[in-house]
Design a binder for this molecule. Structure first.
Ligand SMILES: [Ca+2]
Ligand SMILES: [Ca+2]
Length: 267
C-alpha cells in the first residue's frame, strides 16, 4: 500500500508547491535536491518517476529511488537526477498497516462510552476484556452492555495524523449475540471538534462477519447533523484523529459482542 505524490518536472522543479496528500514536498531545486516531510506510520519511502503525470505509469527504477528509510526527523532530503528533460517525480510512503488479532491480549484497545451519532471530546473508557477461547481464530475481545452506547476504542498508535490512510480501509470481524435488527453507526472517527459516523445494517446473529469501512468520505455522516461528509472534512478529521470507535451495541438491552482481526490499511 502506497500513498503520496509530488509532481515537479525534472527541469521545472524549483520551488514546486506541495500537493495536499502526504508525504508533502517541501522543496525541489534545480540540482535535484528533493526535500519532503515524512508521514506517521510509514515503513519506508520511495521516489518514483513518470514521463507523464496521468495516468503514469510510475516507476521506482532509476532515475527513481526504490528504498529510502524512515529517518524520523520530520523532513528528509534526497538527490535525484535532473539530467533528463522530461518527466515528473513523486515521493511515495510505504505504509505500515495497523493490525489487531488479539492473539494474547487486548492490544491496548479500550471499551468506550460514546453517543455514536453525536460528539464527545473526551469520552469515558474502561478496560476491554480479552477472550482467549473465542475468536476467528481464537483470541479476541468481548464486550457486554456496558454503557448506554458501547463500543471499543483504538489505542493511541492509531490516532493523531493518519491522513496517509486516506482512501484505505478499516476492516474487522464482528460476532453479535443480540440484535435489534436495526441500522446503527458501525464506526466513528472522532476528529476532536466533530465526529463522523458510518451507518450499516445490523450484522447477522451468532456468525463471524467481516465488515469493511472505507477511509474516504463516501457513506460517512457528520455527528449531530447527519450531513454528508466532504473530502475536505474527511481528510481534516483523518489528519487529527482523537478516536476510532467500533460499535459493539446492536441491541436495546443485553449485548455480548466479540471483535477480532482489526485492520487499518492504506490505499
Ligand atoms: Ca484472533
Ligand atoms: Ca444494549
Amino acid at each position: 500500500m502506497k500513498i503520496g505524490l509530488l509532481l515537479p518536472s525534472f527541469v521545472f522543479a524549483a520551488g514546486s508547491a506541495a500537493l495536499a496528500a502526504p508525504p508533502t514536498i517541501e522543496s525541489f531545486d534545480r540540482n535535484g535536491v528533493l526535500t519532503f516531510r515524512e508521514v506517521p506510520g510509514a515503513l519506508s519511502y520511495q521516489v518514483e518517476w513518470s514521463s507523464q503525470l496521468t495516468p503514469g505509469p510510475w516507476s521506482a527504477e532509476p532515475p527513481g529511488i526504490p528504498f529510502l528509510p524512515v529517518l524520523g526527523t520530520g523532513v528528509q532530503s534526497v538527490t535525484v537526477s535532473v539530467a533528463e528533460n522530461r518527466g515528473f517525480y513523486r515521493v511515495v510512503a510505504v505504509m505500515s498497516p495497523f493490525v489487531s488479532t488479539f492473539d494474547n491480549d487486548n492490544q491496548g484497545l479500550r471499551v468506550v462510552a460514546y453517543p455514536f451519532r453525536s460528539h464527545v471530546v473526551d469520552p469515558v473508557t474502561s478496560v476491554l476484556p480479552w477472550d482467549g477461547a473465542t475468536g476467528n481464530p481464537a483470541g479476541s475481545v468481548r464486550i457486554g452492555d456496558i454503557y448506554g452506547e458501547t463500543g471499543i476504542a483504538a489505542p493511541a498508535a492509531y490516532l493523531g495524523n493518519q491522513l496517509a490512510f486516506y482512501r484505505g480501509s478499516l476492516s474487522y470481524d464482528l460476532l453479535i449475540r443480540f440484535t435489534d435488527t436495526a441500522t446503527y453507526p458501525a464506526v466513528v472517527l472522532n476528529g476532536g471538534s466533530l465526529s463522523l459516523y458510518y451507518d450499516t445494517p445490523n450484522p447477522a446473529l451468532n456468525l463471524w462477519q467481516l465488515r469493511t469501512v472505507p477511509l474516504s468520505e463516501t457513506g460517512w455522516k457528520v455527528s449531530g447533523t447527519g450531513a454528508a461528509v466532504t473530502a475536505e472534512v474527511f481528510k481534516n478529521v483523518l489528519s487529527q484523529l482523537a478516536g476510532i470507535y467500533i460499535y459493539t451495541e446492536w441491541h436495546s438491552g443485553a449485548d455480548d459482542t466479540s471483535v477480532d482481526n482489526i485492520h487499518m490499511i492504506g490505499p
